[in-house]
Design a protein around this ligand. Sequence first.
Ligand SMILES: NC(=O)C1=CN([C@@H]2O[C@H](COP(=O)(O)OP(=O)(O)OC[C@H]3O[C@@H](n4cnc5c(N)ncnc54)[C@H](OP(=O)(O)O)[C@@H]3O)[C@@H](O)[C@H]2O)C=CC1
Ligand SMILES: CCCCCCCCCCCCCCCC(=O)OCC(=O)COP(=O)(O)O
Length: 349
Amino acid sequence: MGTLWQRLSTLTGKSFKTCLCLSPKHQWWIFRKTVQKGKLMDFTSTVIIPLLFGSVGIFALFRLLQWMRMRAYLQEAVVVITGATSGLGKECAKVFHAAGCKLVLCGRDSEKLQDMVQQLSTVTNHRKKTHKPHTVVFDLSDTKTVLNAAEEILKYLGHVDILINNAGISFRGTIVDTGLDVDKKVMETNYFGPIALTKALLPSMIKRRKGHIVAISSVQGKISIPFRSAYAASKHATQAFFDCLRAEVEQYDIDVTVVSPGYIQTNLSLNAVTADGSRYGVMDKNTAEGQTAAEVAQVVLSAVGQKKKEVLVAGLTPSLAVYLRNLCPRLFFTLMAERAKKERKAKAS
Ligand SMILES: NC(=O)C1=CN([C@@H]2O[C@H](COP(=O)(O)OP(=O)(O)OC[C@H]3O[C@@H](n4cnc5c(N)ncnc54)[C@H](OP(=O)(O)O)[C@@H]3O)[C@@H](O)[C@H]2O)C=CC1
Ligand SMILES: CCCCCCCCCCCCCCCC(=O)OCC(=O)COP(=O)(O)O
């Protein structure tokens, strides 16, 4: 028993005398609890803590390797960005330039493109070599100029590592009032133009067995909301085309990333076309309160760097709406009909 009291005293930290004064039942209870606590502490210090530190270490190492791989992938890569004169394209140009890519900035306005080149030239990165971007002027809704642009890009740079199909226009209007020419214009810009450019650059990527094609789609490539028919249709077509492409070109080690953002603070609503083909010219509340283009550009950069197959970059409601459309379509359609009624009423008043 003497040894039990001595052990009890050491384990509990109580004096030998105090331990002697306790009832045997109490002593036994304290002894058992203390041994259990000791075992738990032993288990914590020999298993849980090393496991925790080990996992954190492995995770940090994994992230470091991922970051290094991404850095190497982007450094010196030839990256073509369409719609580089505004909004998301402009911000993508900034982040890919800072990552050391050789950029080809595309747009319809050569002055705006030159401004962009100027802006990027003033950015200095002490840790990374940056390159002066090239510019190519063409209109995505004119297939001939798209094909010429692809030829020009390949002639001057030899190859394309990453193509970012970003340029696009949106639409506002009812289906019944919209002329087919407007539907065609939106489809030409958002769908036929990007696929023409993709098809023109694809053979050279296949030949090199290397390349990465990015499509900037939208949440509206996954769900359709009222008064956006042409836009939502063009983005659904984009999603479908690039999903097919991803499957077909995997054998050539070519990657395809589809990015589907929610509202972004850009000029998209201002530049949207309406039912009669005129410019909408209104900064919508949803657009003005959206994510910043710089935030989304960072997501695009890391999605490309990590060769992700697709990313949804949206808040809770649009993300839930995508799930609702698939899991409970009837409820989704009812909500959309309500939304249409509400918007009509608001316009009428
Ligand atoms: N803003 C948003 O809420 C969201 C945007 N997106 C998508 O992001 C992409 C970028 O749009 P965003 O930055 O928001 O909008 P902006 O209107 O700010 O930019 C659109 C860009 O596309 C270019 N563009 C438009 N039409 C043509 C054409 N026919 N030929 C060549 N270039 C053209 C414009 O160039 P130019 O200077 O020549 O007009 C401009 O650089 C689009 O695909 C859009 O659908 C997706 C989800 C949400
Ligand atoms: C279980 C709860 C589910 C809640 C879901 C309710 C459904 C609410 C509908 C939400 C609709 C979200 C639409 C988002 C649209 C969007 O983000 O589009 C991005 C764009 O491309 C913007 O282009 P636009 O020209 O429309 O400004």
